[in-house]
Unconditional design. Structure first.
Length: 201
């Protein structure tokens, strides 16, 4: 089978398509016929050597495919960028039927992370989601709204319409203004530190 893996750290050019044997699942594992995977910033960190892993390494943590003929999605420790993927049985679930299976490959890492960050959001709270136009942010907006929160989201001008569509009550173009409304919770999903305002300022 074909796999996308790295034998050294570096830029995109270090990703190679190799041919290896189809793996055999062990106890508590299944073999998934892979339909798609998605690459996240975590894969970038792996490729660049920020995360130390044994080489060669097959990329891909998000998984969408078929097991026993049924569409599934899941999250694995590695190896989803392959024609077949070994997955622990407790790491796969039925795929949503409302979207194409290939698109569902973008759900596991971003969706699970968003679920974790909104865990303590409660009904009636004002929540600021900084970076709502990204993968995790798009899920976080929807999950916070389902919990009954009032969601204020920041996004770039190109993402504003989409973030409104996710259900945000207010969307602020961060390239033009800074959020000033007091909130109960801030979920910060961008790579730079959030702006700090001295108490009483």
């Amino acid at each position: 089978m074909k796999v996308a893996r790295i034998h050294e750290h570096g830029g995109p050019e270090v990703i190679r398509i190799d041919h290896i044997d189809i793996p055999t699942p062990g106890d508590g594992e299944v073999l998934v016929d892979t339909e798609a995977t998605s690459f996240n910033p975590t894969e970038l960190a792996v490729r660049q050597g920020i995360f130390q892993i044994e080489l060669p390494h097959t990329l891909g943590w998000d998984l969408a495919g078929h097991h026993d003929g049924r569409p599934v999605v899941g999250f694995v420790d590695s190896g989803a960028a392959a024609e077949f993927t070994i997955a622990p049985t407790d790491r796969i679930v039925p795929a949503p039927q409302s979207i194409p299976l290939r698109d569902a490959a973008a759900i596991p890492l971003a969706g699970l992370t968003a679920w974790q960050v909104v865990e303590y959001v409660t009904k009636g709270q004002k929540v600021l989601i900084n970076g709502a136009g990204g993968g995790i942010g798009s899920f976080a907006v929807q999950l916070a709204k389902r919990k009954g929160a009032y969601v204020i989201a920041t996004a770039s001008s190109r993402s504003t319409k989409a973030v409104h569509g996710y259900g945000a009550d207010e969307v602020i173009d961060y390239t033009r203004q800074v959020p000033k409304t007091p909130v109960d919770v801030m979920i910060h999903l961008v790579g730079t530190p959030p702006p700090w305002t001295p108490p009483g300022a």
